[in-house]
Design a protein around this ligand. Sequence first.
Ligand code: FAD
Length: 311
Amino acid sequence: MRITEAFHDRFVLSFEVFPPKSEAGLERLCGADGGVLERLCGLGPDYISCTYGAGGSTVGRQLDILDRLKQDGRTIPLAHITCIGNTLSSLRAQLERLLAHGIDHLLVLRGDLPAGWESTRGDLRYASEFVEFIRREFGGRFTIAVAGSPEGHIDSSSIEADIAFLKRKQDLGADYIMTQLCWDMEQFRRWLDAIRAAGIHLPVDAGVMPVLDPASTLQLALSRNGCALPRELCRLISRHWVFPHPFAKDADDAAAAQKRADFREAGIAYTIRQIEAYRAMGVGGIHLYSMNRYEDAARIVQGAGLAKGRA
Ligand code: FAD
């Protein structure tokens, strides 16, 4: 089964995980008896994707995770891959290795440029060139997702230019779009209308970052494309404000632990409402950034009615 077929049949559910730094973290994720992956598979996702570290630094662990999913057999494993610091021959070798492990679903990315870099320092400059390369060398053997930025990519000169480059990824052979986190639903709606008007017909899988902690919500908004924080989310953070600020290691606030716990509850409810809004807009599925945690992901997809009949 290919993900592209699932988009025709149903509302697609997927999770994203990342390769942990430690052996203990890898065991928590991949463990055979109650590991996070095993439990996430029980929620019936159509696929689970695993991120690719800068310059391929975590490729070995990424493959361990994808192998574990393949072995479980209940979902499709999808590999993120970027062209940062990669020659064509190293990309070809990585793609052949993925196929040898039975991994034929990809999220094809340029990757974030490390601090101080002005180019990918590899043979390819953009994700579109990477899609073209894969189609030329591997034909239709891979199902290819590409990234979309509903608020415009931080390096792009305009949202219109960014949409034109997204269209290029479609024209060169991408199969569907996975979006960057976006909490501004009005902007998401405008972007969805704009890409359709520009002739982009691919299914859109909306990336959902769960709202679980005030400090990481603020950090994620500002570190990824300068995402807007809607008033409702700002008020949520304000109502649970930890003094002197949510980033403080030792908060000068006797109620800090309770405020963080209350924020988490309110954030889960907020995330469920966001998923409902995405569904109402007609996206093809949601891609939940699980942050390698089962409990929060489960509460969110169950609360949104997406785990029904899947467990
Ligand atoms: P591109 O599509 O190449 O676009 C990059 C920039 O170049 C944009 O500003 C675009 O407008 C511009 N551009 C594109 N084509 C041209 C052209 N021909 N001429 C001039 N300008 C052009 N990063 C990782 O390193 N590892 C991960 O695992 C990872 N996972 C991700 C998962 C999701 C769901 C998403 C949405 C992003 C992920 N990223 C990951 C981040 C991604 O790598 C960054 O957003 C990166 O900065 C851009 O990647 P892209 O594929 O969108 O690049």
